[in-house]
Design a protein around this ligand. Structure first.
Ligand code: CA
Ligand code: CA
Length: 158
């Protein structure tokens, strides 16, 4: 990563009977000059399978030609590790548009905000850029199906 700044990294330590750390997986990222992978992290079970899932933001990620627009990786936990999706304000179904220095993903929380039993993803960017709630749709996990802008910033205690 020479010549790259603020690229960031997240390493997942696998749980085992002996505890954490027997196995570690570094989540691979393609770094660019302002990626900031791992700005914020949240865990919760959004697909209701009893296994924890992970949201990892990259709030300085360039989206198309828009610098520092940001986005959030949504990673499903399973026996084989983590598999995921990537959401930005430019993702079809997500309200709003990507904007320079919006920094979508400065705050992320996985909580059951609609109280239907599975964790939903709340994403905030810079102050004034709006907050987006991506609701979980059961086994499909977090989707844009009922995405909405909400008045709550993803800044409350995890
Ligand atoms: Ca899960
Ligand atoms: Ca829910």
């Amino acid at each position: 990563m020479s010549g790259k700044v603020a690229a960031g990294a997240v390493t997942v330590l696998w749980g085992a009977k002996a505890g954490l750390g027997a196995k570690a997986t570094r989540i691979p990222v393609t770094a660019n000059s302002s990626y900031s992978f791992g700005t914020a992290l949240a865990t919760g079970d959004f697909n209701g399978d009893g296994k924890p899932d992970l949201a990892v933001s990259a709030s300085s990620e360039k989206v198309g030609s828009v610098s520092n627009a940001g986005g959030v990786h949504v990673l499903r936990g399973g026996r084989g590790g983590l598999t995921g999706s990537w959401f930005t304000r430019a993702t079809a179904g997500v309200p709003g548009n990507a904007a320079q220095y919006q920094m979508f993903g400065l705050g992320v929380r996985l909580r059951d905000i609609d109280r239907d039993g599975d964790a939903d993803l709340l994403i905030s960017g810079q102050n004034g850029s709006g907050n987006v709630l991506l609701r979980s749709a059961g086994a499909s996990g977090v989707t844009v199906g009922a995405a909405s802008e909400v008045g709550v910033r993803a800044e409350f205690p995890q």
